[in-house]
Design a protein around this ligand. Structure first.
Ligand SMILES: Cc1ncc(COP(=O)(O)O)c(C=O)c1O
Length: 449
């Protein structure tokens, strides 16, 4: 009889593999990190191995892991009251609504609390349709807005393609090229991007369009920054046609881009903001749809046909309130700005060392390195929506990153640099040293003419 014992970590992994399903992956061949505990910018597995978290989980753990202030606020709320129906109110809900109205610009003063990013998007889409009486939603091809049917149909991301046949109706996508892969000059990029959006609006009929939905700053599509002036032009086009502008700040919100919200880097104020992730920094699930006074006023005498059992969950609201206080008390958004500048300088040095770094796009602490096989042709190390057999080199890069003690998001030919906002210079150095070593593998697959 075998007396072989398996370690606790191995048994944790095995139970997860045997009894749970994993997102966006084929289920065979998965090798997850079994996280025993996490603190600051680090995750620790059952063997005591430390991983620096360079994507803040899924770009949500903005305040870092294990902050006891949030635990304490959650415990206190749970001791008082854990659940009330959304028709009752709590101090946490009112305080959070008030705080969000304070940090949101303009007249974005009313919060409808949801559960996550996708449910904020779903409710934003519904409300835009109810408010305008129009049906179409326009969004960017290279975008992600969530995995529920409406949010997924709004997303242009290829994750929607497997269920394309059942997509929700009345979503229209438009293309928005990005500077690195645009050959005709920066000024022409803005001109062409705006002109093409105007053409699509004309073809679709402006009076049929309820809203344009855009990420505050592009995230999982590999941080494809807006041409300078683009969001301002979109905002003006929306005003001209009575189309609502919904900014998806699920990933770019709460200091991630060096401002409370990504759109604040572009001098605009939208009609609605969808939030989640950084709202609670991942400590508990919560989302929020923030709407302008003008939109809210319409429902003073009309039924607001939205609802969720867990809307404004008191414990999640308490977590969010304390999280926002942490951003403020610890000067985390200011630190994001400082660390962003430092990362930009350091990655510029890495670019001199590693020929495979084609581009680095970064706003605040939402950045990624795009790896190429040749800088002139810009052939990507793995193509857009790469098949598994096209990911050989990038899989090796990702495996090296993990082996060297880092957790980060690697997608197609992009390696993300999006650490928690508490990150220090020393931790940036530690993380970039790991990335530098790992992308030496990509350098070996670089070719000169
Ligand atoms: C910009 C954006 N919107 C919406 C979502 C969906 O959020 P959730 O996964 O919480 O539903 C995401 C998730 O990554 C996102 O990045």
């Amino acid at each position: 009889m075998s007396t072989k014992t398996i370690s606790e970590g191995t048994s944790v992994i095995q139970d997860n593999l045997d009894y749970t399903l994993f997102s966006w992956s084929k289920q065979k061949g998965i090798a997850p990190i079994a996280v025993k505990y996490a603190e600051g910018v680090y995750l620790y597995d059952y063997d005591g191995k430390r991983y620096i978290d360079f994507s803040s989980g899924l770009m949500n753990v903005n305040i870092g892991h294990g902050n006891q202030r949030i635990t304490n606020a959650v415990v206190k709320q749970m001791q008082e009251v854990t659940y009330v129906t959304p028709s009752c109110v709590t101090k946490a809900r009112g305080d959070l609504g008030k705080k969000l109205a304070e940090i949101c610009p303009g007249d974005l003063n009313k919060a409808f609390f949801t559960l996550c990013g996708a449910s904020s998007i779903e409710n934003g889409i519904k409300l835009a349709r109810l408010y305008t009486g129009r049906h179409k939603i326009l969004s960017r091809y290279q975008s992600y807005h969530g995995a529920s049917y409406g949010a997924m149909s709004a997303s242009g991301d290829p994750r929607r393609l497997p269920m394309d046949a059942q997509q929700s109706p009345n979503f229209v996508h438009f293309d928005l090229p990005y500077l690195y892969r645009w050959e005709y000059g920066e000024e022409n990029l803005l001109k062409e991007a705006v002109a093409s959006l105007e053409r699509i609006i004309a073809y679709e009929g402006p009076s049929n369009i309820a809203a344009i939905l855009l990420e505050g700053e592009s995230g999982t599509s590999c941080c494809l920054q807006y041409p300078v002036g683009y969001l301002k032009a979109v905002s003006e086009i929306c005003n001209k046609h009575g189309i609502l502008l919904i900014m998806d700040e699920v990933m770019s919100g709460f200091g991630r881009t060096g401002k409370w919200f990504g759109f604040e880097n572009h001098g605009i104020i939208p009609d609605m903001i969808c939030m989640a992730k950084g709202l609670t920094a991942g400590y508990l699930p919560l989302g929020c749809l923030m709407v302008s006074d003008k939109i809210a006023a319409k429902f003073d005498d009309t039924v607001l046909a939205l609802g969720l059992t867990y809307s404004a969950h008191p414990v999640s609201c308490a977590a969010a309130l304390e999280t926002i206080k942490v951003y403020e008390d610890d000067g985390l958004i200011e630190n994001a700005v400082l660390m962003s500048k430092y990362i930009n300088e350091q990655v510029a040095l890495l670019k001199q060392k590693h020929p495979s770094i084609g581009d680095f796009r970064n706003t605040g602490l939402l950045g990624c390195i795009e790896l190429v096989k040749n800088r002139k042709t810009k052939e990507p190390m793995a193509p857009f929506n790469a098949r598994p057999d096209e990911m050989t080199v990038m899989n090796k890069v990702a495996a090296k990153i993990k082996e060297l003690g880092m957790y980060t998001f690697v997608r197609w030919n992009c390696v993300f640099i999006a650490p928690p906002l508490i990150v220090t210079k020393e931790q940036v150095d530690e993380g970039l040293a790991i990335i530098s070593e790992a992308i030496s593998i990509a350098d070996e697959n670089y070719f000169e003419f």
